[in-house]
Design a protein around this ligand. Structure first.
Ligand code: ACO
Length: 431
């Protein structure tokens, strides 16, 4: 890849600055502006980072115009059809699909780390029964650095590896403990004979007084959702993990920061918001009213699960999940799901509407995921926790990539200062 130069003319000073234009392997290249401030005394201004590449990355690629998503070069459709979540985890973490032996070893390692330190389990008792599960999960993940001192040396590759396996293995256990706490039910210990998704369902829905059989259709659906949510390049929560991690903090704290960022309704919290919205709309005859509200500039209401910073075409994950909804609801025997019917109708009406067409607003991954979670019996307040379990591998992969990147510096953006200019302090009795 040969470097090209881009010339920038500063009309104020008459100076010309040469910026290196660097191509990626596919997709838009970047202008390297690192020398800009030194040569012009000016920063770039880009709130929301819509035009800013914050790093180099070889993990995930999105073409938002074509509706394309690839993990390490593999189209997500192929992974969704042929792979398993743990295989995708290996791919994201290590860059290549595992051999049979590598996958078996990785699977075994993750299964052997599912239990929590008992003291950590008791932390849940400190939360009120109606605490939001995301608050509990963010708090308990943050606390992991206090329990697992053997994995906080970020410069030791062995520590980084143990951390990666440990957090992947324990996220479902932490999520299930949060759920059981809200239900007032006994915590169910993990079963290492079950696979990742099966074990999660077991820890959620088994109770000590009954025998529980994991439904394979539900486990398969959950595994698919996890694959689709596993990574999405420099999204808000991943960038948060990178930003927190860039200070050199321990990785558990960086992941806890990512969980907090994911919670917001403009990001992972949208899956919960979509279900609440569909329930609020209630019936097909009320859709037009809510579409009109979403288009009204003076109304803060937005169609949750619609629109995306990068996708200006169909979100490929939404297309796969929409198809899976049909399959799951049919297999589970809930073909009459009124929420799914409502969602399909809402999508149809919005996609015909000039406002949504013009602004290229399509259903995103979260428009349909909640309908599957609901069909599996997972309560709405746990939806974003499900997303967090799946996205953990993405966060960890990016954190690992960042730690070894020689270009990494502490994340520290600049600003355009618009506050008062220098002025003198006035004594309180003279103000
Ligand atoms: N309903 C109505 N109008 C919308 C919607 C929506 N869901 N999304 C965007 N718009 C409009 C905006 O009002 C804006 O209009 P304007 O140009 O006239 O001001 C235009 O479309 C562009 O929207 P922005 O908010 O500027 O786009 P941005 O890239 O900053 O935000 C976001 C993307 C946050 C996803 C936004 O579309 C949104 O709030 N969607 C609903 C929440 C949601 O589903 N989030 C999940 C995203 S996927 C994920 O994180 C897993």
């Amino acid at each position: 890849m040969s470097a090209k130069t881009f010339q920038l003319n500063d009309s104020e000073t008459g100076k010309t600055v040469d910026l290196e234009a660097r191509p990626g392997t596919v997709g838009p290249g970047v202008l390297d502006v690192r020398s800009l401030y030194a040569s012009t005394g000016k920063f770039t201004y880009d709130p929301g980072f819509a035009a800013t590449a914050s790093c180099e990355s070889g993990i995930t690629y999105i073409d938002g115009t074509k509706g394309l998503l690839m993990y390490r070069g593999y189209p997500v459709e192929q992974l969704a059809a042929n792979s398993s979540f743990l295989e995708v985890c290996y791919l994201l973490l290590y860059g290549e699909l595992p051999t049979g032996d590598e996958l078996a070893k990785f699977d075994d390692t993750v299964r052997m780390h599912t239990m929590l330190n008992e003291t950590m389990l008791r932390l849940f008792n400190g939360f009120h029964h109606d605490a939001h599960p995301m608050a509990m999960v963010a708090g308990v993940v943050g606390s992991m650095s206090a329990f697992y001192h053997d994995t906080t040396d970020i410069h030791d590759p062995r520590h980084r590896d143990i951390f990666a396996h440990r957090i992947l293995a324990k996220m479902p256990t932490i999520a299930a403990a949060a759920y059981k706490h809200t239900m007032g039910q006994a915590f169910m210990y993990p079963r290492n004979d079950l696979n990742y998704a099966e074990n999660l369902l077991h820890m959620f829905f088994a109770v000590p007084a009954e025998s529980y059989e994991v439904d394979p259709v539900s486990a398969e659906a959950l595994d698919l959702l996890f694959i689709l949510h596993a990574d999405h390049e420099q999204n808000c929560s991943t960038s948060t993990v990178r930003m927190a991690g860039s200070s050199g903090t321990n990785p558990y704290s960086a992941i806890a920061a990512g969980i907090a960022a994911l919670w917001g309704p403009a990001h992972g919290g949208a899956n919960e918001a979509v279900l609440n919205m569909l329930e609020h709309i209630g019936s097909v005859d009320r859709i037009e009213k809510y579409v009109a509200k979403a288009k009204d500039k003076d109304d803060p209401f937005r169609l949750m699960g619609f629109g995306h910073r990068v996708y200006k075409n169909h979100d490929p994950r939404a297309t796969i999940i929409r198809g899976a909804c049909h399959k799951v609801l049919e297999k589970i025997g809930r073909t009459d799901s009124p929420l799914f019917e409502l969602a399909l109708k809402l999508e149809e009406i919005a996609l015909r509407d000039e406002y949504f067409i013009e602004k290229k607003l399509y259903p995103n991954v979260d428009f349909y995921s909640g309908i599957i979670y609901r069909a599996l019996g997972i309560p709405t307040s746990m939806f974003t926790v499900m997303f967090a379990i799946a996205r953990t591998v993405g966060w960890v992969s990016h954190w690992r990539e960042m730690i070894v990147d020689p270009d990494t510096r502490i994340g520290r953006p600049r600003q355009l200062y618009i506050g008062p200019t220098a002025r003198d302090y006035v004594d309180v009795d003279k103000r």
